[in-house]
Write a protein that binds this ligand. Structure first.
Ligand code: SF4
Length: 370
């Protein structure tokens, strides 16, 4: 693989002992010394019938999740001897995801739309999934590049400053999703992922818009993928607890946005309720029960250091200390942001410095990925 186009610190970042320690499993997958979680999950037999209730299936996930987490400790040579099962952990969670699609509860909007029968919820994403682009991304965090990034059309947020507004917001209500992006079945998504892997991707990076409305397709695609490659969830992280339960054991690396340190700002700029409770609940869960290999993306916004940046960093330091934070200065007033005077500029260098100093004061690791 050629590293010609990598960010300058993409290789030297692994000389940082703290990064190596916090992302040790990801590094071991890169070095082919560990298996990606989804490959292990295919070997776990999960017998269920079409008549089983959703509660029965959810209980089965809980029980099999414990088995999967035990297997994570096994040596790769032992795991490679295990046979794939026809009814396995992925087919089990996939079955539940399709049931949730009949009254959609993938995100905390909890629209209840029967997407399986053609209804649409607030995100307007239909039952199928649509991809606007997929390519090797060299602009992600140093440990991740080149990243096999797959951009899904559509989003469950309505951020007035969205930097990807063309794929998340602008088509809504004006054009059909198939006019602006390409339908992908689970099988086709896996082919995309395998192609990116062969081209040298270090991970498969599900993003958008947001991957949450497409969680059923993403889970199902894992039945068809074959490469030993990290599965990465790059999202606004406004999932329900039920939806997170489906993927928490399958995702190796987490890349959540954490934008707002309070609910008022979230409501004002992204149109969502209970943001802070939902985000902190989900982040705590992936930190304590999931892989715990997390880069939090915090976009510093002008005039939001005290109300957003500092409370977020306080939470990270206290509740999810293994996380690394990307303190992002890329905010710029696009889309409808010009209608909000307080955010109609880029963050100043003083604001960026204030946030970075505060992270240092709390002992947060941010430099190697920012
Ligand atoms: S993913 Fe879309 S349809 Fe489902 S609950 Fe969220 S906004 Fe509603």
């Amino acid at each position: 693989m050629s590293f010609r186009f990598l960010r300058p610190n993409a290789q030297s970042v692994w000389e940082n002992k703290e990064i190596l320690s916090r992302f040790s499993r990801y590094k071991a997958i890169l070095d082919q010394k560990k298996l990606a979680r989804y490959l292990i999950s295919k070997t776990i037999k999960c017998g269920f019938t079409p008549e089983d209730s959703i509660e029965t299936l959810e209980n089965l996930v809980h029980a099999k999740s414990q088995h999967l987490n035990q297997l994570l400790e096994e040596r790769i040579e032992v795991l490679q001897q295990r046979k794939n099962q026809e009814e396995n952990f992925i087919t089990l969670v996939s079955k539940i995801a399709m049931k949730y699609l009949e009254s959609c509860i993938f995100c905390e909007r909890r629209c209840g739309a029967n997407r399986a029968e053609g209804e649409k919820g607030l995100c307007l994403v239909p039952s199928g999934s649509y991809v606007s682009s997929a390519f090797l991304h060299y602009g992600e965090e140093s440990v991740l590049v080149p990243s096999g990034t797959i951009f899904f059309q559509g989003c469950n947020f309505t951020c007035i400053f969205c930097q990807n507004y063309d794929i998340s917001q602008e088509w809504k209500g004006r054009r059909d999703i198939s006019d602006v992006s390409q339908y992908v079945s689970a099988n086709q998504l896996a082919e995309l992922a395998d192609t990116l892997s062969k081209k040298g991707a270090l991970n498969i990076n599900y993003v958008g818009g947001d991957p949450i409305p497409n969680i059923h397709t993403i889970i199902a695609n894992l039945e068809f993928q074959t490469a030993n490659i990290t599965q990465l969830w790059n999202s606004n992280f406004y999932l329900t607890d039920e939806a997170l339960s489906l993927i928490i054991d399958l995702i190796d690396f987490w890349l959540p946005d954490f934008k707002y340190g309070n609910n008022d700002c979230a409501k004002k700029y992204s149109g969502i309720e209970n943001y802070y409770e939902v985000l902190t609940r989900n982040l705590k869960r992936i930190h304590d029960e999931g892989s715990g290999e997390i880069i939090i993306r915090h976009l510093v916004m002008p005039n939001h250091v005290e109300c957003c940046s500092k409370p977020i960093l306080d939470f990270v330091a206290k509740e999810i200390p293994k996380s690394v934070v990307n303190i992002m200065g890329q905010y710029r007033p696009v889309y409808h942001a010009c209608n909000y005077e307080e955010i109609n500029r880029r963050p100043s260098s003083e604001e960026m410095q204030q946030v970075q100093n505060y992270a240092d004061k709390l002992g947060i690791l941010w430099r190697p990925v920012s």
